[in-house]
Design a protein around this ligand. Structure first.
Ligand SMILES: Nc1ncnc2c1ncn2[C@@H]1O[C@H](COP(=O)(O)OP(=O)(O)OP(=O)(O)O)[C@@H](O)[C@H]1O
Ligand SMILES: [Mg+2]
Length: 474
């Protein structure tokens, strides 16, 4: 089926951060037209390995060798790798929020007129064509990307990768904000790319997607290569077994509990689009959540879940109206600070923009919202703060070499656990979770579900935005 010659080979790749190994001697190769699934738990080293391959980490910052069609590839930057034909779609959104959709799609790859000026009409047209291929037809390509939600932005990133003539396309968690329909479109585009001889590497914690689109699967664990098998010889449980290296507890720790009185009620909430004030994004939506209840809010990308929740929380950028009641009292929430004062906490969908403070350490991020608990008259009780941090790191199995490292150095799924831990430590009355298990591996999902059930047992009400399925309805 594939030509026997690999397109590239990575040999014995070793990468360390401040002496801590992230990759310990990994070999990997992919043939033209092949799609390789790269699986492993949060922090296993998948993104790091792909950053080595795509030139994010230059060739003298790791040990080992990369051969591209038999010749050694020594990339100093992603531009060097792109010239060879390697294009990476990163796990975190890399768009420049103030630039237009078109400008983002062609950033660093602009179409120019003979005089050197940018050829905007051609770029707008090409951008619209690329988005149409992704079945996105309602986008104003001249508008800034910040006008669009995470799901759309993820599709813009995919369009940007498709705009480049890649011979190897690396997808690092490409579908974490996409609906089932959009995922299907992407997977069929990957099928087309494979037929055209493009090699792909596909990273996802959603194993059904991996099984559907990949030909071969490589599993890594703790920076080491564990196995490479044709997909036809594996099933989901087999992959999970290789990933976690231990018997996994039940995948879903459901517990039953009595629910109490209504804690949060939102009545007739409406929101208008930020850029098009004529258009309603949420139309007279209402909800009620009781103490100890976990309420799922389902809907496709763009259905208005995030807008609805942000409006309740005082974080919606556009105009919104509606009434919010907390514990039987009508409350006025204009800003997130008002919501927090009334006992509401939001775990946002986009952890990079709204969830973490990247320059601060893991420990500082965990205690950020509850710092007043450690304040003594003139100082912070750092012993008790550290004890809490260490307990949280152990409880949620957050993989970090030290609590003092910047949170940005953690793998995506581990950053997500930090955001959750920060909000749970406040012991809110109501916890609003917007896609809380985005980019989180199967074992860690269990830890997060368990944390939410523990909070519910203590009477915290949660409402949970979900994309494709309603897991809870109480
Ligand atoms: N810039 C960095 N500085 C320090 N440590 C880092 C850095 N980047 C990654 N690491 C560490 O390297 C290890 C591998 O991280 P990586 O992001 O590759 O994991 P991953 O397999 O992509 O996980 P996820 O599924 O959560 O995205 C982790 O322990 C992480 O903390
Ligand atoms: Mg990653």
């Amino acid at each position: 089926m594939f030509s026997q010659q690999p397109l590239f080979e990575m040999r014995d790749i070793v990468k360390e951060f401040s002496g801590v190994p992230a990759l310990s001697g990994i070999n990997l190769s992919v043939r033209p037209g092949e799609c390789l699934g790269l699986c492993g738990e949060n922090g296993a080293g998948k993104s790091t390995l792909m950053k080595v391959l795509s030139g994010v980490y230059p060739y003298d910052s790791y040990c080992g060798q990369i051969l591209w069609e038999g010749e050694e590839l020594r990339s100093r930057s992603t531009s060097d790798s792109e010239r060879a034909g390697i294009v990476i779609l990163h796990q975190e959104l890399m768009l420049v929020q103030q630039l237009s959709v078109t400008e983002n799609i062609f950033l660093g790859n602009e179409m120019r007129l003979s005089c050197g000026r940018m050829n905007y009409p051609a770029m707008h047209q090409r951008a619209a064509e690329l988005l149409a291929r992704l079945k996105l037809t309602d986008v104003n390509v001249a508008a800034p990307v910040m006008n669009y939600g995470n799901g759309h932005q993820q599709l813009f990133e995919i369009a940007r990768a498709l705009a480049k003539e890649a011979r190897l396309l690396i997808f690092d968690e490409p579908t974490s904000s996409l609906s089932a329909k959009e995922i299907e479109v992407l997977l069929s585009i990957i099928d087309d790319l494979k037929r055209a001889g493009v090699a792909c590497i596909y990273i996802s914690h959603k194993l059904d997607e991996v099984m559907r689109v990949c030909d071969t699967i490589t599993v890594i664990r703790d920076g080491k290569h564990i196995a490479t098998h044709p997909v036809a010889t594996l099933d989901e449980n087999g992959i999970i077994g290789l990933m976690v290296g231990r018997a996994l507890e039940a995948r879903f720790p459901r517990t039953e509990r009595q629910v109490g009185a209504v804690v949060l009620e939102a009545r007739d909430v409406s929101c208008w689009d930020v850029t098009n004030p004529q258009r309603k994004r949420v139309d007279n939506a209402s909800l009620q959540v009781r103490a100890g209840e976990i309420l799922g809010i389902a809907g496709l990308v763009g259905a208005g879940r995030t807008e609805f929740m942000s409006a309740i929380y005082g974080a919606y950028a556009g105009r919104s109206v509606g009434e919010v009641w907390v514990a039987g009292q009508v409350v006025h929430i204009a800003f997130p600070a008002d919501a927090i004062a009334h006992g509401l906490c939001l775990v946002p969908e986009d952890r990079k923009r709204h969830g973490i403070v990247p320059q601060m350490s893991v420990a500082e991020n965990i205690t950020l919202a509850s710092l007043s608990d450690y304040a003594r008259i003139v100082r912070v009780d750092s012993d008790s703060e550290l004890a809490t941090v260490e307990r949280e790191i152990a409880r949620l199995r957050i993989k970090t070499a030290s609590p003092g490292l910047p949170v940005a150095s953690l793998s995506g799924g581990n950053q997500q656990k930090v955001v959750l831990s920060k909000m749970a430590l406040k012991t809110p009355k109501v916890l609003i979770l917007d896609e809380p298990t985005r980019g989180v591996d199967i074992g860690a999902k269990y830890d997060i579900y368990k944390m939410i059930f523990d909070l519910a047992d203590r009477g915290v009400a949660s409402s949970w935005c979900l994309q494709n399925c309603l897991r809870f309805s109480v």
